[in-house]
Design a protein around this ligand. Structure first.
Ligand SMILES: [Zn+2]
Length: 263
């Protein structure tokens, strides 16, 4: 059905007829196991799903669109949105709540998941690299040794740190936070995982600054991983700050918040 969006309207009409034929719900002539199988088959699921929608709307929508390429893209998008939401219901908040449960008890995950959606709404127009760093951090997706159950690589933020290469340590690393506090200008924040994840941010500015810090920290760690050695202490602030400068290039909002400090 989704693939049909890439073809012509005739293909789509034919596919609809095919699904209707294959999804005949008369199971009386089938042996019991076959009837059970058919009852759960994809054709029946799709057909029942199609019963819930005004199919003519799709056809009209397709026919009215002017450009041939535009028709296919828009129709495919409509079909994807409809079929994915019906067959695979997805809630970003519930998904994030599940991801956060590796660190926090359920009641905290519930409130943090709402906060996460607020943060996403705040930073969505900054820069994709910032959003990616934040979302992957919430999902424990940073490419650390700890992410892959390792415990041998040392903290990559600073060569003087004895911590391990894992997100939980970076949320606790004094060398990282020293740089983070200088870069964000927020000196009174606590140095813990909740703060790194952005859930302690009190206002719009703090939310953006902590998100940029997450991006800059990830960028610093990734670059040191590529060099296979931690940064000398004297370089930590400079490297993290360069992440802020890169973020400012891509985002006017970040430039506005950092203001004169950029120059
Ligand atoms: Zn460290």
């Amino acid at each position: 059905m989704v693939r049909a969006g890439t073809h012509s309207i005739a293909d789509i009409r034919m596919l609809k007829r095919k699904i209707e034929v294959q999804a005949c719900e008369d199971l009386s002539n089938l042996m019991h196991p076959m009837a059970l199988w058919k009852n759960n088959s994809a054709a029946l699921v799709v057909c029942r799903m199609m019963d819930d929608v005004d199919w003519d709307c799709f056809i009209d929508f397709y026919d009215k669109d002017q450009s041939e390429v535009g028709k296919r893209v828009k129709f495919q998008k409509r079909i994807c949105e409809f079929s994915l939401a019906t067959m695979y219901p997805f809630s970003l908040r519930c998904c994030l709540k599940g991801k956060l449960s590796r660190w926090f008890p359920e009641d905290q995950c519930e409130s943090f998941s709402f906060k996460a959606i607020d943060i996403l709404n705040t930073i969505k127009n900054t820069a994709p690299c910032i959003v990616f760093a934040v979302v992957s951090m919430w999902c424990n997706g940073w490419c650390t040794d700890g992410r892959f159950q390792g415990d041998t690589i040392k903290c990559l933020v600073c060569s003087e740190c004895d911590g391990r290469d894992k997100l939980e340590h970076y949320a606790d690393c004094m060398y990282a936070w020293d740089a983070g506090k200088k870069c964000t200008g927020i000196t009174d924040m606590s140095e813990d995982l909740v703060t790194l994840l952005g859930f302690n941010s009190k206002d719009f500015g703090e939310c953006v600054l902590l998100s940029v810090y997450a991006y800059a920290l990830k960028r610093h760690i990734d670059s040191r991983r590529a060099m296979a050695c931690a940064a000398p202490k004297s370089n930590v602030y400079r490297n993290v700050w360069s992440g802020f400068q890169v973020a400012a290039i891509y985002s006017r909002r970040v430039r506005t918040i950092l203001g004169q400090r950029l120059f």
